[in-house]
Design a protein. Structure first.
Lengths: 208, 682, 586
């Protein structure tokens, strides 16, 4: 019994060093060496500033953006405080919330039924994706708000739609941050193009 | 196989037994007795509880009184029905015990005095070691061993068999039982048991079930049932807080009803009845098991050791053919063989006379006026014969005759030797007949395998039981008979020690071994075997070593004993499965009834469409009580047994008692619901 | 429900089945001390470990000694975890400078991880330092799984050995489980997970500057949010062993729903396969070590049937969505998974959420990739029932197998009598003592769950006040909490606020009882079985290799489980389902 107790103590210490320290540090070293981008959270940088992670959703509720899903993490997409709503299916609070969200969305998007992911919170509260249905649902509104054509937006959505992994795994999805970043880029390009066209016209005019 | 009923022809529902059982059922309500059966004890506690609350109902003039009263009554019925089942099983034994007690009535014995002469003492004063004399018409005063004389004894009081049996000193038929009656002649008996420990005493105790101890499987099953009872007790007790949370608290009557319906009352109520009935079935087959453990072990047996003689073959070898030596006619051989056997009273000898008569029309001659001199069989010469009119006819084993012929200057012809070998190889026993210095030929003695025994062994094999034939024959002979009878293996030239070694070997492999035996030299093996069935005709030593006694002394009965053991276990297993499977329907009856008042949506679970909550609960509890009564015959008779592999048995019983156990209560509860609503009980 | 959905379920299970055989054979070799490919590297490590810790690897233990060693190791390592939690503030690897964990929460967590439960009353991102996560929590993910495997192997030995007093050496079994199975498996899985985007670093949390700053109003105050703090950490190394050891303790609060724990459908598939791998393989190990491979497969088949039933119900229920969501499109189309998406991630959809929920509760894992509390009543009942059945559908690493084997013993006993013999299990006669200990094992479970739940619902101040969703759903939350802890699962109907003194204490006790009170009778059965002779099989032997046996086993598991908990379920999820269909909310 006494011998076993000593063994238990020594064994705990020895295996803690092996499994609790050596193993995670070794994995960290390997990961940082082989796959630093993934190991550090697939961070997106613009002009030297980290603007987010490819994998972590952000809140987009303003006009001119594709909306993400509602979030129950902190004040919404709090990536240091992941959380779902944990509302049960018969909870009046859930039903009311969904009804209100749906009503609001229908205000901006017309009378069609709202794709379910747009009115439900995700498990993590950090879901980076919406369904292609939810993205397409928003095209008319975003077109209206940005002035881009629906065809252009459809093409953007298409470009940002990830199909099922290996063709069968998971669900097709659209990364909201990526979509909005390419939307901004497209807008910037369009503006640049129109201003350069304007500039070009000017210069043309200036030439004799 | 004859099936005698030693306790008189008691049908299942014999009036006297039912009456006595009904009274006993009430007597068994004593909580101290009930405590031995945890399942039914819980029901009894529930019944008492509801009965007390019923008084409060009366006091408060509760509207629910009618319903509560009915629930309470049915709860009490449930307990009583279970007690009744047990009492019914015991009743048959008790009736038998009464018959036996009559045999035990006090008699006076002639006890030998040390100084010579005798004294009259009551049989109850006899101690082991006393010597008594018993004359014609007298009752044998106690168990003992015949040490002098031979007598015909009527043992019908114990065996139910009216034909008298011979008991004689020495050998394997020396045991006598107290309470049996000497019909002719006088015998001297050494008493072997003390008062209260006689065979008859033990037998009475056994059939009455007074000493009944729970068998290993029964104990294990009881633990399982107790465990399930605790689980359901928990489920029901904790249901009340959950019900309070859901704003629909339940009355104690409904909760107790749910509990009683869920705990395995069917098997709980019938378990001891099944055990008693199993022992009783053995008694009906004239087998006394000294413990329930032995009966269960019989069901578990993997290997049967069967004595060849009497079990596999008819008692003795019989002459089947005469094979003459070159230059001898068959007729001459037959004539010589018959002559040599006229004085031979052994069954073999008689069969030779019979064969000669039947085949060659030779009639037994009256030898009184000829100068015939019989030469009896002796251990040294190992042959027998007759000297008549200058003819010295001898009959014996081949080697003995060969030696004899050599001594007197004759020789065995090659042909005779060849015949001897052929016969031996095919399992027969060759006997050579010689006249003076000339060998006349060979008598072919054959073992006759009992009719139907082969099929019997096939069934056993299907059940996974191996049969091993034990014989004193040489391996060649044994192999041939083994082949013919279809046993799995044989032990040839078996000496008692070989038998013992075989049992040990089998047991070391984890197998359970059953055997029969009668001689004193069988005793160690009988004791070693897991199931040792001693023949009642056997010695006292054998009867004490074994854990069963067959009063018919029929070695084939071992197979039936195994079947009874299996049937006992199957009945328990089937009813346990049935009982547990029943619960599914009861849930669907009671749970919606409990909560549909508060939550009408729960009526979706009322798949039987029972009329109303009261009727649903009542129907379930009535079904639960009545099913015990309905299954009493099954418990007492045992489930139908057909020999087949375990896989097939499981398939059949699972379908019958498992699936049937799920379906039947749905129908039963619905019918009861229709009935009680039709007569406005609720 | 879609064809693709069923295909994903099928492919997942096909992988598990294909993996079970080689892994099971490998584990049989490992625990029988036979040579394996890893010996040249691992044997020296093993010998060194024994030398340092004073283990005599050749000394076999009786069941009681085995139990004592197991208990001592558990107590000591639990104490160490408690101390790490209580002192993390002063220890390294704490870039967020998190404070010490409060005493009762530290007790609850230590009990939780020692018992392979990984119930989490805390939010890890804001409570546990990297050191606590690595050396405390992930460490126990290895050891509690290794202990479970050792116990299962000891049980198998009990069945396989004849007339033997001992069950093996606890330290050797644990060591071999760690070095030969868990460590290589976790290393490989961790790197695969990193490749999918699971983070693995020791950095402080990252601050990102939002491209679209938000204005939120919370508790009456309006707040402008311009940054997002992204939690980081050594996640992949913990994630791998969390699944492989069926532990389930998330590095983050939302566990495998969190994109850094489970970023892609492939990582999701990998995690589910990791959860089932060892428990499924152990059925093959069982067949192999007992010399009856077909029995191993018969047990596997029983598990497969229960798995298929569970996932079918869950998928069906979730795909149908919530009938009260009006004006919402819940239909499955090529562009969305549809169904009840509350608490679920888009990348997983309803099928992978329902599948993960089934897998994680079939086993004692308890990791979640969606919030069970927000499942439809029937969808949420599946995880609950899976746990109530005793987590024997593949089950926890080791614990699933020995739990299943106790059910096998009871099935053999109940039905075995029906073939007219004293029931035998692979040649071992099942007798009173075995039944007694098996019943004790089975009893522990309803005792904990039902009694604690009954107490909790009767205490409005401390019990029902933690409920997040009123009505029958609240009852389910409480039932779920005690079931999950007693079953050492650790998943939650997370709405219930369990970080209170009442729940931290009762749930902590429930976890300890659910593990150790069940292990002791289980080892007693194993020790008793080992002592017995083996009766050779014959035509009269109760068959434990046939489809009929598989069906019987399934029936007994369902009936014993359902009969015990059916009343409680009726007032919880069943009632909620019927009320939901009738349009009632709370």
């Amino acid at each position: 019994m006494r011998k076993q107790l000593i063994t238990a103590i020594l064994y705990t210490v020895a295996t803690t060093l092996l499994l609790g320290i050596a193993y995670p540090l070794a994995i960290t070293a390997l990961a940082q060496w082989w796959m630093p981008r993934q190991a550090n959270g697939e961070l997106i940088t613009r002009g030297g500033t980290i603007i987010g992670s490819q994998l972590i959703g952000q809140s987009f509720t303003g006009s001119g953006y594709f909306y993400g899903r509602p979030s129950a993490a902190g004040n919404g997409y709090d990536a240091a405080n992941s959380s779902g709503s944990n509302l049960g299916p018969t909870n009046a609070a859930l039903i009311t919330r969904v009804e209100q969200s749906a009503a609001q969305l229908r205000n901006d998007h017309g009378d069609a039924d709202v794709p379910v992911d747009l009115v439900t919170t995700s498990g993590s509260g950090l879901d980076p994706d919406i369904s292609p249905a939810a993205a397409q649902y928003q095209i008319p509104r975003v077109a209206r708000e940005t002035g881009l054509s629906q065809a252009q937006l459809a093409q953007l959505v298409q470009a940002n739609t990830q199909p099922r992994q290996f063709g069968f795994l998971g669900e097709p999805r659209v990364n909201v941050l990526a979509l909005n970043l390419s939307l901004r880029q497209r807008l910037a390009e369009t503006r640049a193009a129109s201003s350069s066209r304007a500039a070009g016209a000017d210069s043309g005019k200036a030439q004799p | 196989m004859t099936r005698k009923q030693s306790g008189g022809n008691t049908s299942l529902w014999d009036g006297a037994i039912v009456r006595r059982a009904a009274v006993d059922a009430l007597r068994k309500l004593n909580p101290v007795t009930m405590m031995r059966n945890p399942v039914m004890f819980v029901v009894e506690v529930g019944s008492v509880l509801t009965a007390v609350l019923l008084l409060r109902d009366i006091h408060q003039q509760s509207a629910a009184f009618r319903f509560d009263l009915q629930i309470t009554l049915w709860l009490w019925f449930t307990v009583l029905f279970a007690n009744f089942a047990e009492a019914m099983a015991e009743g048959r034994g008790k009736a038998q015990a009464d018959t036996l007690r009559r045999a035990k009535s006090e008699t006076m014995a002639n006890r030998a005095l040390a100084a010579g002469g005798t004294e009259q003492v009551p049989s109850s004063k006899l101690r082991a070691g006393d010597i008594v004399f018993v004359g014609p018409g007298e009752m044998i005063p106690g168990d003992g061993e015949v040490i002098e004389g031979v007598a015909a004894v009527d043992e019908s009081a114990i065996t139910g068999e009216s034909a008298p049996v011979i008991r004689e000193s020495g050998g394997d038929r020396s045991a006598v039982t107290g309470g049996t009656r000497v019909l002719s002649d006088r015998i001297t008996v050494r008493i072997t048991s003390n008062p209260g420990e006689t065979f008859l005493d033990r037998m009475i105790a056994l059939v009455e079930g007074a000493e009944r101890q729970k068998t290993p499987n029964e104990i294990a099953l009881n633990i399982l049932l107790a465990g399930l009872t605790i689980i359901f007790l928990l489920a029901v007790v904790t249901l009340q807080p959950l019900a309070i949370y859901s704003h629909s608290p339940q009355t104690v009557f409904v909760l107790v009803s749910l509990l009683v319906c869920l705990i395995p009352t069917t098997i709980g109520g019938l378990l001891s009845a099944i055990g008693i009935a199993g022992m009783d079935r053995l008694v009906q087959h004239n087998v006394l098991a000294m413990s329930g453990r032995a009966v269960e072990a019989a069901g578990d047996v993997n290997t049967l050791l069967l004595d060849k003689t009497g079990t596999i073959t008819l008692g003795n070898r019989q002459a089947a053919d005469f094979l003459p030596a070159p230059g001898v006619t068959k007729q001459d051989l037959a004539e010589a063989a018959q002559l040599s056997s006229l004085a031979d009273e052994t069954p073999e000898g008689r069969s030779i006379v019979v064969l000669a008569k039947e085949k060659f029309g030779l009639r037994g001659r009256d030898l009184a006026n000829t100068h015939a001199e019989f030469v009896p069989f002796s251990a040294t010469s190992r042959m027998s014969g007759i000297n008549i009119e200058n003819r010295a006819i001898r009959k014996g084993a081949a080697d003995s005759i060969a030696r004899y012929l050599e001594e007197i200057g004759g020789a065995m012809p090659e042909q005779v030797r060849a015949d001897v070998e052929t016969i031996a190889r095919t399992g027969g026993t060759p006997l050579v007949v010689s006249e003076n210095e000339r060998a006349l030929g060979v008598i072919h003695l054959k073992d006759i395998v009992k009719g139907g025994i082969r099929e019997r062994f096939e069934q056993l094999r299907a059940m996974g039981i191996r049969t091993i034939m034990i014989t004193g024959d040489n391996p060649l002979t044994a192999a041939a008979i083994a082949r013919e009878a279809g046993v799995d293996d044989f032990l040839a030239e078996a000496k008692p020690k070989d038998k013992m070694d075989l049992i040990r070997r089998e047991q070391a492999q984890g197998k359970l071994v059953a055997m029969t035996g009668d001689g004193t030299n069988d005793a160690p093996a009988l004791a070693q075997a897991d199931v040792g069935v001693a023949m009642n005709t056997g010695t006292q030593a054998a009867k004490e070593a074994g854990n069963m006694v067959d009063l018919d002394s029929n070695p084939t009965k071992l197979i039936e004993i195994v079947e009874i053991g299996k049937q006992l276990l199957m009945t328990r297993g089937s009813l346990t499965t049935f009982s547990i499977a029943n619960d599914v329907a009861k849930y669907f009856a009671i749970l919606p009834a409990m909560f549909a008042g508060t939550f009408p949506v729960l009526n979706a679970l009322n798949i039987m469409h029972l009329r109303n909550p009261e009727s649903a609960v009542l129907s379930a509890i009535i079904f639960n009580a009545l099913i015990i009564i309905a299954l009493i015959p099954l418990a007492l008779r045992g489930v139908k047994y057909t020999p087949m592999s375990a896989d097939m048995l499981l398939r059949r019983n699972l379908l019958l008692y498992g699936f049937g156990g799920i379906v039947l209560p749905f129908i039963g509860i619905k019918l009861i619901d229709m009935a009680i609503t039709a007569i406005h009980l609720v | 429900m879609t064809a693709n959905g069923w295909l994903q379920i099928f492919i997942f299970f096909a992988i598990v089945t294909l993996l079970a055989y080689p892994l099971g054979v490998y584990m049989a070799n490992v625990f029988s001390g036979k040579r394996t490919w890893a010996d040249p590297i691992l044997r020296p490590v093993e010998r060194l470990l024994y030398r340092v810790t004073g283990v005599s690897p050749d000394v076999e233990m009786r069941w009681t000694e085995y139990a004592v060693a197991m208990l001592l190791f558990s107590v000591v390592s639990m104490l160490v975890l408690y101390l790490i939690e209580r002192m993390q503030q002063w220890l390294p690897f704490n870039p967020q400078h998190l404070g010490n964990v409060p005493a009762i929460l530290a007790f609850n967590t230590a009990a939780s991880f020692t018992t392979n439960t990984n119930w989490q009353s805390y939010v890890p991102e804001t409570t546990m330092s990297y050191l606590t996560q690595m050396a405390g929590l992930a460490y126990h993910n290895f050891t509690s799984a290794a202990v479970g495997m050792a116990l299962a192997v000891a049980f198998i030995r009990g069945i396989a050995r004849r007339e033997c007093e001992t069950l093996g050496n606890f330290w050797v079994d644990v060591t071999r489980g760690i070095l030969w199975v868990l460590l290589p498996g976790a290393t490989l899985a961790a790197l695969l997970l990193v490749s999918q985007g699971v983070v693995q670093n020791l950095h402080p949390y990252t601050t990102a500057t939002l491209i679209a700053p938000q204005t939120v109003t919370a508790q009456g105050a309006t707040q402008r949010i311009t940054t997002q703090t992204i939690a980081q950490g050594p996640v992949a190394s913990q994630e791998a062993i969390k699944e492989l050891g069926t532990n389930g303790g998330g590095f983050f609060n939302t566990n495998s729903a969190h994109p850094f724990e489970n970023p892609t459908p492939f990582s999701n598939l990998l995690e589910m396969v990791l959860i089932f791998a060892i428990p499924a393989g152990l059925t093959v190990t069982l067949g192999r070590m007992t010399g009856s491979p077909r029995h191993g497969w018969a047990v596997f088949a029983a598990m497969a049937i229960l798995f298929a039933a569970g996932v079918s119900v869950a998928y069906h229920a979730e795909a149908h969505g919530n009938p009260l969501f009006r004006g919402v499109d819940q239909h499955a189309t090529a562009l969305q998974s549809g169904g009840n998406m509350e608490g679920k991630e888009v990348r997983f959809g309803v099928v992978n959420s329902a599948l993960f929920a089934t897998v994680t509760t079939d086993t004692s894992c308890g990791a979640v990739n969606s919030m069970h509390d927000s499942f439809t009543p029937l969808g949420g009942m599946v995880p609950l029932v899976n746990m109530m059945l005793g987590e024997v559908v593949f089950g926890g690493v080791g614990s699933g197998l020995y739990g299943m084997l106790i059910f096998v013993i009871l099935s053999v006993f109940i039905a075995g009598l029906m073939v007219g013999r004293t029931p035998e299990y692979l040649g071992k006669k099942i007798e009173a003592y075995d039944v007694q200990m098996s019943m004790l094992f089975v009893l522990v479970f309803p005792v904990i769950i039902l009694i604690f739940s009954a107490i909790a619902v009767l205490l409005p101040g401390v019990g029902t006040s933690s409920i997040a969703n009123p009505g029958p759903h609240g009852l389910t939350e409480i039932l779920y909490a005690f079931t999950s802890t007693a079953a050492n699962n650790g998943s939650a109907f997370a709405g219930l606020n369990a970080n209170t003194n009442f729940y931290n204490m009762t749930l902590g006790f429930s976890m300890l009882a659910g593990r150790f009170l069940m292990i002791i009778p289980m080892l007693a059965v194993a020790g008793n079985l080992a002592r017995k002779k083996i009766v050779p099989a014959s035509a009269g032997t109760f068959p434990v290799t046939t489809p009929l046996f598989t069906m019987l086993l399934v029936g007994i598991i369902v009936i014993v489980g359902a009969l015990t908990f059916f009343p409680a379920l009726t007032l919880g999820p069943v009632l909620e389902h019927l009320l939901l269909q009738a349009g009632k909310t709370f």
